[in-house]
Ligand binder design. Sequence first.
Ligand code: UD1
Length: 348
Amino acid sequence: MKTILVTGGAGYIGSHTCLALLGAGYRVVVAESFQNSKPEALRRVQELSGKEIGFAACDLRNKAEVEDVFDRFSIDGVVHFAGLKAVGESVVKPLWYYENNLSSTFHLLNCMEKRGIHLFVFSSSATVYGDPDTVPIREDFPLKPINPYGRSKLMQEEILSDFQKSRPEFRVALLRYFNPAGADRSGRMGENPNGIPNNLMPYIAQVAVGKRAKLSVFGKDYPTPDGTGIRDYIHVTDLAEGHVAALRCLEERSGMVICNLGTGRGYSVLEMVRAFEKASGRSIPYEICARRPGDIAVCYADPSRAETLSGWKARLGVDDMCRDTWNWQSQNPDGYPDEPTWKGSEKL
Ligand code: UD1
């Protein structure tokens, strides 16, 4: 049984991936600083899986702390989620973004090289494509991110690619996520944004539950059928399974794989509002506002390469995403509770 180190494992995608890895028979160790997440997420991963996870409180920017994680646990592979991800903030604090996001990757790779650990799955983003000339987006499209967050993702992809070329035994998957949405089917785990949500789905969910008065729709003058932006929303459970599939793929083949993780279908903002209203039985008041700077009109994936390489494809649709988000949001209107009751296991 392989032990996988999941960095940022208490985050939205990280926690769902921990659950999927445990379900697939991997042992899981989480390295977390809880800068942007709560221990309760990990306690619920254990509750739902019935399995114990290893835990190391770790600031991944600190080389000695990262070394310590690898010394304490016997790690076979790494799934790397930890990082800063707010586009607007990255424009205001670019150095902060580059320093945070790049240094953790360097520390992880150095530790892995020293110990002969060869499996790495990287949490990248469709943001590396910037504003694509055409859709659906294939992995060989030009990479031209338009903000420091996106560039920090691309830089990490490039570092990983150069490292892989210099170490043929190193196996890496670069997973470019489209728009994660939804929550675990149980309603016990979901997205828990700090403060005002930046992203559409958690914002809609907070309007539905009465935490926010109305949604601002950013632009109705895009060249799309209803004038609002179109995105490829992918259920977080499908996304989590995509990481398991990537690990399995790397166990069987050497080198680097690059895959889009999306559904291949785009939905507009207003289509998402209507789908959420249907799933929740609540009305979602909204107003049309100006475009958000840096937004693009249409973005959806060609996800066929992931299926060819690993057999993975998204199974769940927008109605499942809205149902499960509503289930989570209505049962946990304030997200995860704050008490740091969960300490985690120091050994596995
Ligand atoms: C955003 C990031 C992207 C990141 C991704 C992670 C920006 C510009 N892009 O993608 O880099 O990888 O999140 O999930 O922030 N919308 C509204 N009202 C809202 C929020 C969003 O109308 O309150 C619209 C947006 O204009 C867009 C769609 O909803 O058309 C989706 O927005 P969002 O969920 O923020 O995702 P992206 O912008 O695609």
